[in-house]
Design a protein around this ligand. Structure first.
Ligand SMILES: C[S@@+](CC[C@H](N)C(=O)[O-])C[C@H]1O[C@@H](n2cnc3c(N)ncnc32)[C@H](O)[C@@H]1O
Length: 429
């Protein structure tokens, strides 16, 4: 499913890179199936350093040979060494070597799953979209809507050995069959209620050669980074399938965004602007700052054409979005003139308005602009105005990249103002 804001998460659900280019080939080859390599469960003992039963899996393709992929199936957090959380939902994971260690080496891992006090959503049928999530109360920007551990976290970019003499189409189907098998092992480890939730999720890959389980992963998986240090791009991310977040439908002006917390191994979903009681909760599956035609292409594998306002009034929206993308909100002048700051302020406010008109509060540019406005007011010595923007920044809980130093400016009387190196350092002219 989604792209977690290309990086975030974040969150968003993405197609397997292995399959993205093969999808059309596979479509042309409906029911052709090929035997896949023998899967040996060669090691169910505890690898050194682990305090939980991990299933080590090695694939040996008896006929073709040489590739051995050592992957780990594991449960996070592990009910054996995290007895305090044994009643909490867990994630079944299919990990590359090293990912488990990332978690084990976190100083504060594992943490419990902290749920919001009130339920703020329910799932209902949406004409033309399957099911979707809707708010059951008015939400304010920054409100926590839900937290959840993924049902399944699956490695992306698993290398599948290409048997000799296989055509592209044959190899594509062979890979899909292989990925179905590895997904099946992870799903078979799920608790019954988790498995039922997984099996109930949408699958828009019924007709392209994907198996029923891998089809669900492709339809619903959010992009999850941070578990493969040193591995760049898509290959460095996992595919996380969730019970609730995966039920969110896409909008190019999403009103929610998620953030993943490694220590509790959970997503938190936040309102990125005020949401009315009964409004549909939406999420971005793909980068939304780009032109409509690009978004349409990226969304095609999900089997729908987006009909949000940005995709229907393309001329207006594309012009605004390219304007937003082109703006540089960095305050570059070391000692700025009052005149420069005045103009910069007007520009930032106008850009902020564009971001709000386009419903792009989930994007990084939103807080970059709020921060720039706060900075300008600090430079000008206007603490009250600066603190209003600091307070807005304080609502942006969905973006882990936001530097937290704004917090000292929330109180307009804070001594941090006078200590700021640019406080009232503006010269006339
Ligand atoms: C991750 S699922 C979202 C939840 C799904 N609607 C369900 O019933 O569980 C993705 C699928 O939902 C549908 N969908 C998501 N956003 C949509 C939209 N904006 N318009 C139409 N269909 C959408 C598509 O069928 C897509 O393949």
């Amino acid at each position: 499913m989604k792209n977690s804001k290309a990086k975030a998460a974040t969150g968003t659900v993405a197609e397997s890179p292995l399959l993205a280019s093969d999808a059309t080939v596979a479509q042309a080859l409906p029911l052709a199936r090929f035997p896949i390599g023998k899967v040996d469960k060669v090691d169910v003992s505890l690898p050194e350093g682990y305090h939980e039963p991990s299933l080590k899996y090695v694939e040996r393709d008896a006929r073709h040979g040489s590739l051995e992929t050592a992957m780990t199936y594991t449960t996070v957090p592990n009910p054996f060494n995290c007895a305090n959380f044994s009643s909490e939902p867990v994630s079944e994971c299919f990990f590359f070597p090293g990912s488990k260690e990332v978690l084990m080496n976190l100083p504060n891992y594992p943490q419990p799953l902290v749920r919001p006090k009130t339920t703020s959503f329910h799932m209902i049928d949406v004409p033309g979209k399957g099911k979707g999530l809707f708010s059951t109360r008015a939400l304010k920007v920054g409100d926590l809507i839900l937290t959840e551990r993924p049902l399944l976290v699956c490695a992306r970019g698993v290398v599948v050995l290409r048997p000799p003499n296989f055509s592209d189409a044959q190899y594509s189907q062979y890979s899909l069959d292989h990925l179905e098998r590895v997904t099946e092992i992870a799903v078979s480890r799920m608790r019954p209620e988790a498995k039922a939730a997984f099996m109930a999720l949408a699958n828009c890959h019924m007709e392209d050669g994907s198996g029923p389980l891998f089809g669900v992963v492709r339809t619903n998986g959010l992009s999850l980074g941070g578990l493969r240090p040193g591995v760049r791009g898509e290959m460095g991310t996992y595919n996380a399938t969730c019970k609730d977040i995966s039920r969110l439908n896409h909008s190019c002006s999403p009103n929610t965004a998620s953030r993943f917390d490694m220590a509790s191994f959970s997503y938190s979903l936040y309102a990125v602007r005020d949401i009315a009681d009964g409004e549909e909760l939406t999420y971005q599956y793909t980068a939304v700052g780009v032109p409509a035609a690009e978004r349409k292409k990226e969304l095609a594998p999900y089997g729908f054409v987006c009909t949000c306002t940005a995709c229907t009034d393309v001329a207006t929206s594309d012009a605004r979005r390219s304007n937003i993308a082109a703006f540089n909100a960095n305050l570059i002048e070391a000692r700025a003139s009052d005149k420069f700051l005045g103009k910069f302020l007007v520009k930032c406010r106008a850009q902020l308005e564009l971001v709000e008109q386009e419903g792009l509060e989930s994007l990084r540019i939103y807080w970059v602009l709020l921060r720039a406005l706060m900075d300008v007011y600090i430079w000008r010595g206007q603490a009250k105005d600066a603190s209003a923007y600091a307070a807005k920044l304080d609502k942006i809980l969905w973006d882990a990249d936001l530097p937290q130093d704004y917090k000292q400016f929330i109180d307009p009387k804070s001594p941090a103002y006078e200590k700021h190196e640019m406080w009232r350092k503006v010269y006339r002219g």
